[in-house]
Design a protein around this ligand. Sequence first.
Ligand code: NDP
Length: 681
Amino acid sequence: MSTVLQSYIGGRWVGAQPAQALASAIDGRVVAHTHAERLDFGEALAHARTAGVRALLALDFQQRAQRLRALAAWLTERKEQLYALSHHTGATRHDGWIDIEGGTGTLYAYAGMGANELPSGNVVHEGPAVPLGKQGRFAGTHILVPRRGVVVHINAFNFPVWGLLEKFAPSFLAGMPCIAKPATATSYLTEAAVRLMTESGLLPEGSLQLVIGGTGDLLDRLDGQDVVTFTGSADTAATLRAHPNVLRQGIPFNAEADSLNCAILASDVTPDDEEFDLFVKEVHREMTVKAGQKCTAIRRAIVPRRLVDAVASKLRERLAKTVVGDPSIEGVRMGALASKAQQRDVAERVAELARGNRIVYGEADGFAPKGERTGDGAFFAPTLLLCERPLETASVHDVEAFGPVSTLMPYDELDEALAIAARGKGSLVGTLVTKDPAVAAKAIPFAAAWHGRLLVLDREAAAESTGHGSPLPMLKHGGPGRAGGGEELGGVRAVKHYLQRAAVQGSPTMLAAVTGEYVRGAKVQESEVHPFRRHFEDLQIGDSLLTHRRTVSEADIVAFGGISGDFFYMHFDEIAAKETQFGQRIAHGYFVLSAAAGLFVSPGPGPVLANYGLDTLRFVKPVGIGDTIRARLTCKRKIDRPTKKDQAPQGVVAWDVQVTNQHDELVASYDILTLVAKRGA
Ligand code: NDP
């Protein structure tokens, strides 16, 4: 690694002159310098807006998902290069795993979501279209398209790799180029990750740029197509959110800020319960993993008054056994804070918290980090405080010591515990440990108003629990109020932050053309060739088949009952059926479904390889004995999937099916999902 870090701007690495020295959190030795050269943010933005947007939109959602998967594999193969630097940030191997493999895991997760949930092309149809006129000639729907600007991702120091990748993955998938600005203190690790990413050859030109150091006039140069995302302190979030240009141009600003997350031990739990130990373990883990430098860490442990001493004593025991020191030494479980500046900051915050509250475990309990020169590092003693009157003490709900620090808070009634939790004024995550589903049913909906994510922990969940502190790609990360009011991750929701939603009105035919999906009422193409006989490439949206008819007889109902074993009274009991809203026996809905398949399939072997399910099934009207049904099958949506190893080339085709009766009334409606072979297969 060069000792001078470089920014990656305009497709080239910039920086040769050293500026700020960045010290190892372990022993204070200089790891790298930032560069002194000023960056031309005009150039960076122009590069992203022209080359970046062009190259990203030359690919579609499916192809970008494929790139993400390849990138994840590329980084995974080279992860040891990142681990080699990670310990300088104060991280243990386990802390590094959260950062590095948590980051690549997020890339994999978004690759999967992109492949499974996003279309081919660059338009997401957020249907269904709604009719706006009585004759079915005018309708409205929504589409989502990539914003044609740049995302500026500003990150915190605590997760130099995960922070980069969890923001990059959804914006890349959405098709927006990004400029990543890591926190300076640990930017050497982010720089190493970006170098690997650029070396992969998988990044389209201009899709990722890196800023080492300050952002200069970058925010002044943004416009209404751009987005800013931020993770860090609530103060910086407030400053950047109110940046005049961000306000003036209506630039979306997503913030994930520090929050005073809590864990509540419910009063149904006794010290003999497994749940008691689960609570203690969770608080201990959140205090010590990453030396407590997690935005999700438990800062407030809310426990029944009668259990305070028992919880405090168990936590003291565990903390006393936690070996702190240089992570390269065998047996070390907790590393250092990220920098000397953080060490000073946490010390000041602990001093503030200690005013009026008691330290029940801390530096005085024999703190001696293991390893040579750790005195020059940024180590901090795990510190547990006790606040006797949490509802009357403001500091414990306001002051965040971003380190291995947590405060115990007693309560008498569940309502009081919930009121204490809410005093955090908005948190990323909260945990409730209880054995009682009734407690969860009362507490969680109340607490949800103040929390981004809630974990209910009991012995059943414990075996597989991912823990209080771990944001997951498929679940929302971000909380209301003090936590910044933003949302990250949460599956494909995160991709939608970078897509612009527009309502579109017009005839169904026009809406089908715009969305790339068949919309009911749009013109269709019928031909002599059955749609099931066409290969993936030859199928057009709107290719349609109107089947012959079939009159439903009593024999059909009896036969279907015999085959399925479904003798429900509605189909077999004339007297009971007469008393229902239908006034007669009706055919099984699943018979209608099966009969429709019999009407529309083309039975011989052909390009349709499999039927893997159906969506949005509705039995709209009953089908009685003597009714005559027919089906219309229309090619609705095509997703061109990359071919997997050992698999014949194929794509996904969704078909719109409408089953109607002799009065042309819709009786059943659904989409069927098939895999269709490509021509060369
Ligand atoms: P900051 O809010 O100071 O910094 C976060 C990011 O914002 C960094 O990349 C920083 O860059 C950048 N930044 C700061 N000021 C500006 C600005 N005016 N314009 C553009 N970018 C800016 O947080 P820190 O990382 O210094 O941590 C401070 C505190 O924040 C911690 O002690 C903790 O309380 C909290 N925190 C919360 C986290 C969370 O995930 N919610 C994570 C980490 C910290 P630079 O590093 O170059 O200053």
